[in-house]
Design a protein around this ligand. Structure first.
Ligand SMILES: [Fe+2]
Ligand SMILES: [Fe+2]
Length: 223
């Protein structure tokens, strides 16, 4: 898919999902965060799995950093969910919505990723930008007293290394910074689908030392 068409499609999808979220949650940001973080944890896992399978199929190195970044993104989103579940408990309807959304969105994103990874990463890039805006609005509500600035969950304090008396506002700032990082990473992945340093290992005669077991960051990054 051409980049402009990809952009148009990714933006249209983002507007559509944003419209649904605005209609459903309005300014109930705690509940919005819980439900949307269950969706946000999907793309990194799907993309990471697909790139892993691509590396296996092509018998090619160079995908390691991308796979790890994508899986780390999924892990990070899962942690966001665990933090906000302490702040807002989903009602029974929202729990059903999460089940349905996961069933639909996993398959939808997988198909999109197989057909056009560039579009899929662009879509996540725009989703993440919307997440930054939503968390900024949430933060404003907390700072202006519309939402109580409750203590941050212990799990979040440990995860981000926050002070023991950290508040919800501190947690939101950390989560928003994560979303910003995801937005940048996905924009980069949309630009470069093939890792530049990728190299075939299936047919080449590799030097013996390539097979020595030695834990090093360089070696992990090469894979
Ligand atoms: Fe998130
Ligand atoms: Fe994110």
């Amino acid at each position: 898919m051409k980049i402009n068409l990809s952009k148009f499609f990714a933006k249209a999808q983002t507007k559509f999902f944003r419209f649904l979220a605005d209609k459903f949650f309005a300014r109930r940001y705690g509940h919005r965060a819980v439900v949307l973080e269950t969706i946000a944890g999907v793309p990194g896992m799907v993309a990471g799995m697909w790139i892993h399978l691509r590396s296996l199929r092509q018998m090619r190195t160079g995908y390691g950093p991308m796979i790890r970044e994508l899986l780390a993104e999924a892990e990070n989103e899962r942690m966001h969910l665990m933090f906000f579940i302490e702040i807002a408990k989903p009602n029974i309807f929202e729990r059903w919505l999460i089940l349905a959304a996961q069933a639909i969105f996993w398959n939808y994103y997988f198909l999109l990723y197989v057909c056009s990874p560039k579009t899929a990463h662009l879509m996540v890039h725009y989703f993440e930008e919307e997440a930054v805006k939503s968390y900024t609005s949430y933060l404003k509500m907390v700072e202006t007293g519309l939402v109580e600035n409750v203590p941050a969950p212990t799990l979040a304090i440990d995860y981000y290394g926050l002070k023991a008396n950290a508040k919800l506002s501190d947690l939101i700032r950390c989560v928003r910074a994560d979303e910003q990082r995801h937005a940048v990473a996905n924009a980069k992945f949309a630009e470069e689908q093939q890792p530049e340093q990728a190299s075939y290992i299936a047919t080449g005669d590799l030097p013996v030392e390539r097979f020595e077991f030695k834990e090093s960051k360089d070696r992990r990054d090469a894979a």
